[in-house]
Every structure is written in structure tokens, then in C-alpha cells.
Design a protein around this ligand. Structure first.
Ligand SMILES: *Cc1c(COP(=O)(O)O)cnc(C)c1O
Length: 370
């Protein structure tokens, strides 16, 4: 699925030098290194400010808390994402309201959001779309609705580092956006790390308070925040990797084009394999390359026996997770998310993947369906 050792081999010297620099400085948390990372990441995302934090999961919670979302509030989000999208809403004290996805992109469906907003509800405060697999949700439509209904917009951009919508980078499309640098993400740390982008100075200030126990001055606490600081070592690692990101994302897009071609020439697309749509407005960075198939689990087993690893993002939609039973959803409530959960299959994807390896993957799929 992902061989990080190839990337590491290409930048090993730079990485070790950066880690050594941090060790020599003896400054391990929220240092100049983290401040430099924040400036550089803000430039990359075209936002006024960046607040580094400990993980993407924390970033989502921090964004909601900074926007004043808490007890008694509803947040509209997608049922088809990583767990943290929904758990962060609950952790902020609010309630997730799941709205079904567009079957072609698997992102939050603006038409369904519009329908939901057509019903009156005084608890609604925010919309939190996810840029799934590296493709932005339809931010133009969603932002229009958010403005109309006076809702805050928060992006879960964990999978979309370097993506854009209508030329505007992920992270610059909302009040605040959450990024993750978990080791599998397009830009990854040597452990857990995350960040928030915002161009609203008030939000940036709230985020800085909340990530460090709610205080500006040590031992004086204006409110209850969290320990969600970024380590200097992670900032140093990310600073080494950031200049390579555009090239790596281009590599992912090239790998995706190769899959598109191989799947088409094998007669699989238009046949048993369904590709996802890429919107005209989207610059897709292929955090994952995902197709839809029937007999998905049998195919996965068949490929695994040929030495091809695949993944299912995500096998259980969020509205049917056991921990959210109290929300009262039942199977059949969000049919597109449920169908996607049964059909999606992510193929190996990383910039250093080779064409001969991709051929082996597609030949395996062709053999299964023949
Ligand atoms: C990875 C991810 C997160 C969480 O990020 P962590 O850094 O692992 O906490 C949140 N949302 C989505 C969509 C993700 O892919």
C-alpha cells in the first residue's frame, strides 16, 4: 500500500541533519523550529496563519472549540470518513449530523446538505466537509450555503495537503482547516503531528490558547484547553519534507493516471471496476487511489494471495458505528455511504510506486474478473 522506506532513502541525510539540529538545540516543544514550520506551511496553503498541534484529530477538535462550537450544537458532516471527523465533534460537546455523500466523488453531497438545511433547526452551527482521498469537497456550493445559513465552515483537510478547489488551496477555503501529518499522509512526520490553517486572526489567537492549556502566560489560564503542542523534531522533519511535497503530489497524480490507463486498457473500467469522478474544479492529490467494485472482499483476498495489499477506507460508515448508536441512525438511512462502504477498494499509492508494480496490481484485478 505504502512503502515509506523509498521516500526516506531519498532524503535520509537531510532528515538526520534536521533531527540532529533539534537535539543540539535542546529545545523540544513549540520552539523556533515549530514557529518556522508554521510560517512555511502558511505560505504553502496561502493562509494568514498556521497553528501547529499534536495530531489531525486534535486539530479538528481545536477548530471546533475555537469556533465556539460545543454543548447543544449540531455540526453537519459526512458519514464516510475516518472516525476522528465525527469523534472530534462529540469531543467538542456537540452532536454530528450525518448527511449523505455524492456517489461519484464520495464527498459530502451539497444537494443533500441543502435539503437538510431546508428543515428548521436552531442547534446547527457548522458544516465540516472532508476532502476525501485528496479531492476537495464542493466548497463553492457548501460555502454558499454556510454563508446563507450563518454556519461556520471547518475543513477536514487531513488527506488533502497540496490539493485545491478552483485554484484555491485546501486549508484556505474555510474559517479553519485541520491537517494531519500522520506517517501515511501526503506530508508526514516521524510520529503524530497536525496543524490548523486560518486567515482569521481571532481564530488563530483562540487556537494558540487552546492548544496550550488555555493560557497566554504560563500558569495563568483563561480557559481550559489541552496539551496539543507540536514537538520540535516533528517540525524539523516536516520542514525538510515540505519543499518536496509538490513533486511528490505530482508523482501521485502520475501514478493515478497510470492506474486510469491500465484499468481502461484492460477493459476493467466500464466493466466491473468503477472509477471515482474528479471534479473539474478539483486539483486532486491522490492521498488514496480508490475504485468501486462488486465482490470487493473476494477481490481483496485474491489480490492479497498474489502479494498485492489493498485497503478499505472505510468499511463501516460513521452513522453505523457502535459508539454513535445513541444518535439513532439505522442501516438504510444514508444509502450512498453504506453502498460505498461495501464497494470501495484502495489500491497501492505513493509517489515512488513503480509502473511494473501497478501493472501487477491491475493484472491481478483483471485475472479475478476474467
Ligand atoms: C488522518 C485523518 C484524521 C486524523 O489525523 P491524525 O493525525 O491521525 O489524528 C482526521 N480526518 C481524516 C479524514 C484523516 O484522514
Amino acid at each position: 500500500m505504502l512503502d515509506l522506506s523509498r521516500q526516506y532513502a531519498s532524503i535520509r541525510g537531510e532528515m538526520l541533519a534536521a533531527v540532529e539540529r533539534v537535539c543540539d538545540s535542546q529545545r523540544y516543544i513549540l520552539s523556533d523550529e515549530v514557529a518556522a514550520f508554521e510560517r512555511e506551511f502558511a505560505a504553502l496553503c496561502g493562509t494568514g496563519d498556521v497553528v501547529a498541534c499534536a495530531s489531525g484529530t486534535d486539530a479538528l477538535w481545536l477548530a471546533l472549540a475555537a469556533a465556539g462550537i460545543g454543548a447543544g450544537h449540531d455540526v453537519i458532516t459526512t458519514p464516510f470518513s475516518f472516525f476522528a471527523t465525527a469523534s472530534s465533534i462529540v469531543r467538542a460537546g456537540a452532536q454530528p449530523v450525518f448527511v449523505d455523500i455524492d456517489p461519484l466523488t464520495l464527498n459530502l453531497d451539497p444537494a443533500q446538505v441543502e435539503r437538510k438545511l431546508g428543515t428548521k433547526c436552531s442547534r446547527r452551527r457548522a458544516i465540516m466537509p472532508v476532502h476525501l482521498y485528496g479531492q476537495c469537497a464542493d466548497m463553492e456550493s457548501l460555502n454558499r450555503m454556510a454563508a446563507e445559513h450563518k454556519l461556520a465552515m471547518i475543513e477536514d483537510a487531513a488527506q488533502a495537503i497540496g490539493a485545491s478547489w478552483n485554484g484555491k488551496p485546501a486549508g484556505a477555503l474555510s474559517l479553519a482547516a485541520a491537517f494531519s501529518f500522520y506517517p501515511t499522509k501526503n506530508l508526514s512526520a516521524f510520529g503524530d503531528a497536525g496543524a490548523l490553517t486560518t486567515s482569521d486572526p481571532h481564530t488563530a489567537e483562540r487556537l494558540r490558547l487552546l492548544r496550550n492549556h488555555g493560557g497566554k502566560q504560563r500558569y495563568y489560564h483563561d480557559e481550559i484547553g489541552a496539551n496539543s503542542r507540536m514537538d520540535s523534531i516533528q517540525a524539523a522533519v516536516l520542514r525538510v519534507k515540505m519543499p518536496h511535497l509538490a513533486r511528490w503530489n505530482t508523482g501521485r497524480r502520475e501514478r493515478a493516471a497510470v492506474y486510469d490507463r491500465l484499468l481502461a486498457t484492460s477493459g476493467l473500467t466500464g466493466g466491473p471496476v468503477i472509477r471515482l469522478n474528479v471534479s473539474k474544479q478539483a486539483h486532486h492529490v491522490y492521498h488514496q487511489y480508490v475504485v468501486r467494485v462488486q465482490k470487493r472482499d473476494e477481490l481483496r483476498k485474491f489480490l492479497s494471495e498474489r502479494g498485492v495489499s489493498t485497503e478499505i477506507y472505510y468499511p463501516v460508515p460513521l452513522h453505523l458505528q457502535k459508539c454513535f448508536a445513541y444518535l439513532g441512525y439505522a442501516p438504510g438511512d444514508l444509502p450512498e455511504a453504506e453502498r460505498a462502504a461495501a464497494e470501495v477498494l484502495a489500491l497501492p499509492m505513493f509517489p515512488e510506486l513503480r509502473e511494473d508494480e501497478q501493472r501487477w496490481v491491475v493484472e491481478g484485478i483483471a485475472e479475478f474478473f476474467s
